[in-house]
Design a protein around this ligand. Sequence first.
Ligand SMILES: [Zn+2]
Ligand SMILES: [Zn+2]
Length: 355
Amino acid sequence: MAGTMKAFVMRRIGEVGVIAKPIPADPGPNDAIIKTRTALICTSDVHTVKGAIGERTDQTLGHEACGIVDRVGSAVTLFKPGDRIVVNAITPCYKCHNCQRGFTSQCGQPLGGWKFANIKDGSFAEYFHVNDADANLTMIPEDVSDEAACYTTDMMSTGFKGAENADIVLGGTAVVFGMGPVGQMAAVGARLLGAGLVIAVDKVPRRLELAKEYGADVVINYGEKDPVEEIMKLTNGDGVDSAMEAVGAQIPLENCIKVTRPGGTISNIGYHGEGEYLNIPRAEWGVGMAEKTIKTLLCPGGSERMTRLLRLIENGRVDPTKMTSHHFSFDDVEKAFWMMDTKEDNMFKPVIHFE
Ligand SMILES: [Zn+2]
Ligand SMILES: [Zn+2]
């Protein structure tokens, strides 16, 4: 298909813009081209433009999107033009050694499952390309909106994996540090997995309010109270079974280790973009012997994962659209992007509509 399309790109570090790009050529045999309908801006897009993954020239941003299948390759059997689909931010090949070992988000190389807006053009364009379509596309159930479906691509998949990695104990205690969108979903995940007490820590009152709406039992404003002291009080001095770090910074990571009881699990979700090392608080780590586990993750992708996340929306277990703070047309994507950077007007999660 000839012709050009509008794409929202990283022109170089610190600079973005909408430019004309060729519509992606015919997909490879296993791949598909999607006509974009709805997308979400992610804080990761902002990190990328600030140089988190190095220099890029006119690379299309975006990795949280859904749309309509436009064309499929000759070997794609499960999808056809016209299907309404969503695709995870992470699109593994499912063939390489890391995929075969079960670490699909590390496809090919560390973090290699992350292809959109990293090693190829992302989804903030009128059309985008998806590799290994049968494994990575997922049909959106009729009664799930585009907007809700977009939240499965990263916020829900990442946040829920944070809770899964935290080894939530049925009736046990769990805390989430950082109530951004992924932290909110980690708290929901902890609740769905059966935690008996879910604690949410942040300093922005609106985020703590939303955490309560999403089912956090106790919220702690760390601007007012020492979260470690409060959590120890709430757990009668034991500490929690499961602590989730959804910020990506030294203090919340060490707080997670401090408040986790012996044998408990620390689940790191945050992106740690600064400094050469992170420090572990030696004493609260039980001088290396308290049997505390630290796990890390990158958003799990694939259609089986997506089907499960969509099922949770379809059956009313979670309404991710409560996180939507703004709506924009694609023409205003650049404005929305910079608001995501400054968090102006309480920007939390903006939805971009392509039609
Ligand atoms: Zn994202
Ligand atoms: Zn792979």
